[in-house]
Ligand binder design. Structure first.
Ligand code: IDP
Ligand code: MG
Length: 160
């Protein structure tokens, strides 16, 4: 599992969380990362990244027939994004709750989209929708060696 201090594959659930270009432009990087840090998940990978078009298309391939697909690809590639891999039991479903509904006007107050955004086409953050997609997306966005194997001093105070 671990090779020279770097993680190769993890059996623990992971979610791919991405701060979209509007979140970066609006100076919300710290605010959004804090939501996941404060909750108690473990950060395994983090980078600022200019996404190429083919990667955006692969990431959103399930939506390729939607009328908004071209604009979605334009949006995601319009500036740097922050790519993150977060780990922990139940992280995928919990992150979706922290993020809130796709349409920020319908997202509950207290969620990231509910607090920080107004439009579906500018909803500041992405989160994987299933553990399988979490694995698929972490693998898609991070190269081998970009994820860190580490243990947080907080873990014994978060998990009994
Ligand atoms: P999710 O991000 O909440 O999982 P999905 O349905 O997977 O929502 O859609 C992916 C992304 O595509 C959304 O976060 C949003 O940025 C964009 N999107 C979804 N539906 C629309 C739409 O009707 N108009 C414009 N953009 C949309
Ligand atoms: Mg989705």
């Amino acid at each position: 599992r671990v090779s020279a201090g770097r993680i190769v594959a993890s059996s623990v659930e992971q979610s791919y969380i991405m701060i979209k270009p509007d979140g970066v432009q609006r100076g919300l990087v710290g605010e959004i990362i804090s939501r996941f840090e404060n909750k108690g998940f473990l950060l395994k990978g983090l980078k600022l990244f200019q996404c190429p078009k083919d990667l955006a298309q692969e990431h959103y391939k399930d939506l390729k027939d939607k009328p908004f697909f071209p604009k979605l690809i334009e949006y995601i590639t319009s500036g740097p994004v922050v790519c993150m891999a977060w780990e922990g039991d139940g992280v995928v479903a919990s992150a979706r709750k922290l993020i809130g509904a796709t349409n920020p006007l319908q997202a509950e107050p207290g969620t990231i989209r509910g607090d920080l955004a107004v439009q579906t086409g500018r909803n500041v953050v992405h989160g994987s929708d299933s553990p399988d997609n979490g694995k698929r997306e972490v693998t898609l966005w991070f190269k081998e060696g970009e994820l860190c194997q580490w243990e947080s001093v907080q873990t014994p105070w978060l998990i009994e």
